[in-house]
Design a protein. Structure first.
Length: 166
């Protein structure tokens, strides 16, 4: 019974965790809009969700759905792999025994190497790749999708509560 409940909530839990992680990335981009040489980062949510739900999939075989530049609006944004190819994510060095290892449960997009640099759409003098219009739009879009995930999770919980109460 508990396993069925866990499976019922696993999808929404993973989606919320990834949305929160993406919101942190977008927040960091906005906060560093005036930092020289800062490179905007983002994640391919669909690939991160697939990797988090199917941990047996290899990182080298994934493909990004964000390969084409948008012609305008809120379409997919072009992203470049952080490592520049199929080399995979950088391993984290633990220099102390007190460091906690990074695992897929706490940061699925980081552990699967799905955080990518955003390609430059318009160059700047200080080599900063943050475009505030894009960042604000992506931030708002992600926030709305986060709220929608919470609403769906709330609906699932209410259905279960009504089934339990009879």
């Amino acid at each position: 019974m508990i396993n069925q409940l866990d499976a019922a909530f696993n999808f929404q839990q993973t989606a919320l965790r990834l949305r929160a992680q993406r919101q942190e990335l977008l927040s960091a981009n906005i906060a560093n809009a005036d930092t020289p040489n800062f490179k905007a980062r983002d994640m391919d949510f669909a690939a991160a969700m697939q990797a988090a739900l199917n941990p047996q999939a290899t990182a080298g075989g994934r493909s990004s759905s964000l390969a084409a530049a948008p012609s305008g609006g809120l379409g997919p944004l072009p992203l470049a792999p952080v490592m520049g190819g199929s080399l995979g994510p950088l391993p984290l060095a633990m220099s102390s025994a007190q460091h906690r290892p990074l695992d897929a449960a706490n940061a699925p997009a980081v552990s699967h190497g799905l955080i990518q640099y955003r390609n430059v759409l318009q160059g700047s003098v200080d080599n900063n790749t943050v475009d505030m219009d894009i960042e604000r739009a992506q931030f708002a879009d992600n926030a709305v999708r986060y709220e929608a995930s919470l609403t769906m999770l709330n609906g699932q919980i209410k259905k279960l509560m009504s089934a339990i109460q009879g």
